[in-house]
Design a binder for this molecule. Structure first.
Ligand code: AHR
Length: 501
């Protein structure tokens, strides 16, 4: 029997709900078909947004959505995406499949989507191929309430009131597709561009700088040294960096490539899990550098791209990054979200790549059909952590898996909501061994419990011919005696247990 201990008296920081954020790029079938089908589509929609997809996203309480990219953001000229849809410019989406982008989904449509989903918009500005003026104008267009060329243009395009834009990214992957800059150069560019990301009226904007790729610690060091705002104005010039991003994909490469998303063996499974768990080391190391410059943790680490990245599904456009999603992806999501929770003192936001039909999607669509992936269900299981307070928790583990890819078998997180309910999320990474758990809660009585579980073979997935093969089930086999819980978690499973005082 494994011992799990939760201490309700040892409270950590608040788990920012934005850790449960998502990312939707103009890439493949994410925006077009996956989310936006246009008002004339036979697919049920409200103002062009698929009602089935919007409803599913509401269910998991998506708190924030990043758009329009990704690499696409640094080639996106927002003015091409406003005004009458039929008159909008058509362009080539050079990064993603070379397809025609007709700009029918632009700023107004994105804001409408966020309204329908009930989430906050996180706009990625164009630094790579855009001008400072273009970026400043976009912010003015979206958020200024008075008389100005951009605010007047917004009104002429049918939107009277400004929108609230709480998060703005100053470029994306500027070390790569966003301009191939070295960090010493980008740090100056960041300070320059962010000056014109103005806060009009009550609209407070968290400015998010492009951060490191994986373990590029030099990038974080230079950005923190030159751009962080914890010590106030430098040389009399006020500038701010509220967030610094980090991109890390779980992409178990090898001579044979990343491997198939749906067809893999036990070695690839453990390789993937080991790579996913690396997120903990990356956050620790980047945080250690950030702590040196910003011990008060005012600058958030924003993991605004994460998730699995496997070979594209056979027979699909290689530029569309479409992949299936299995229980392996569910376990990657489970451990990653537990890791984010455990670093909630520094991680202020994270955005899974990407919402629909691209990489580790929560939703797949095929024409008018839609299915929820195993990863979707993990976000459903974990939504109770949003804005909760992290609680100290521990569990006895054993290392499992082949020598080069060993991982701990159990992975845990616990938090307490404003209603005092304790949420425990637990993953069993073993492929063959169930574990009996004895869970002790210190500092709070437990009167009742509710459990839900997601479990299946490592490669089990939902398909359009069987959309509910993998789904959440109520988990009732929990014995509660004198505040101590006993239950068994099956292999390859993710659970949520709610403990009521
Ligand atoms: O999510 C797909 C791509 O991965 C994004 O466009 C880019 O930022 C990253 O390299």
């Amino acid at each position: 029997m494994r011992k799990l201990v939760i201490n309700a008296e040892k409270k950590g920081e608040k788990i920012n709900k934005n850790i449960y954020g998502h990312f939707a790029e103009h890439l493949g079938r994410c925006i077009y078909e996956g989310i936006f089908v246009g008002e004339d589509s036979p697919i049920p929609n409200v103002k062009g947004m698929r009602t089935d997809v919007v409803e599913a996203l509401r269910q998991i309480k998506v708190p924030v959505l990043r758009w329009p990219g990704g690499c696409f953001a640094d080639e996106y000229h927002w003015m091409d995406g406003i005004g009458p849809q039929s008159e909008r410019k058509r362009m080539i989406n050079t990064h993603w499949g070379g397809v025609v982008e007709d700009n029918s989904f632009g700023t107004h449509e994105f804001m409408e989507l966020c309204d329908q989903v009930g989430c906050a918009p996180f706009i990625s500005g164009n630094v790579g191929s855009g001008t400072v003026r273009e970026m400043g104008d976009w912010v003015e267009y979206m958020t200024f309430d008075g008389i100005s060329p951009m605010a007047d243009l917004r009104r002429a395009n049918g939107r009277e009131a400004p929108w609230n834009v709480p998060y703005f990214g100053v470029g994306n992957e500027n070390w790569g597709c966003g301009g191939n800059m070295c960090v010493e150069y980008y740090a100056g560019v960041y300070r320059h561009y962010q000056t014109y990301v103005r806060e009009y009226g009550d609209n407070k904007i968290a400015k998010i700088a492009c951060g490191a790729n994986v373990d590029d610690y030099h990038w974080t060091d230079v950005m923190m040294n030159r751009c962080h705002n914890a010590t106030g104005p430098i040389n009399g010039i006020t500038f701010r960096m509220d967030g610094l991003s980090l991109h890390y994909y779980t992409s178990p490469g090898g001579p044979e490539g990343r491997g198939s998303a749906a067809d893999f063996d036990m070695y690839k499974y453990f390789h993937t899990m080991r790579d996913a768990l690396r997120m903990d080391e990356l956050i620790r190391e980047h945080s250690r550098i950030m702590d040196r410059y910003d011990p008060e943790k005012k600058v958030g680490l924003v993991v605004d791209e994460w998730g699995t990245w496997f070979d594209v599904a056979e027979g699909t456009n290689p530029g569309f990054l479409y992949q299936q999603n299995t229980m392996r992806d569910a376990l990657v999501a489970a451990v990653t979200l537990n890791i984010f929770n455990s670093h909630c003192d520094r991680v202020s936001m994270a955005n899974l790549a990407q919402t629909v039909n691209v990489l580790q999607s929560v939703i797949l669509t095929q024409g008018e059909e839609m299915l929820l992936t195993p990863t979707y269900h993990v976000f459903d299981l974990y939504k109770g952590h949003q804005d909760g307070t992290l609680l100290e928790s521990s569990i006895e583990t054993q290392h499992i898996g082949p020598d080069e890819y060993t991982v701990p078998d159990l992975h845990l997180s616990a938090s307490q909501g404003a209603d005092d309910v304790i949420h425990v999320t637990l993953a069993n990474l073993s492929l063959d061994t169930a574990q009996s758990i004895c869970c002790q809660v210190e500092g709070q009585p437990v009167s009742s419990v509710q459990g839900r579980i997601l479990t299946g073979e490592m490669d089990a997935r939902n398909d359009f011919d069987d959309k509910d093969r993998i789904k959440l089930q109520t988990f009732v086999d929990i014995l509660v005696e004198d505040g101590v819980l006993q239950f068994e978690i099956p292999p390859c499973a993710v659970m949520e247990i709610k403990l009521n005082a």
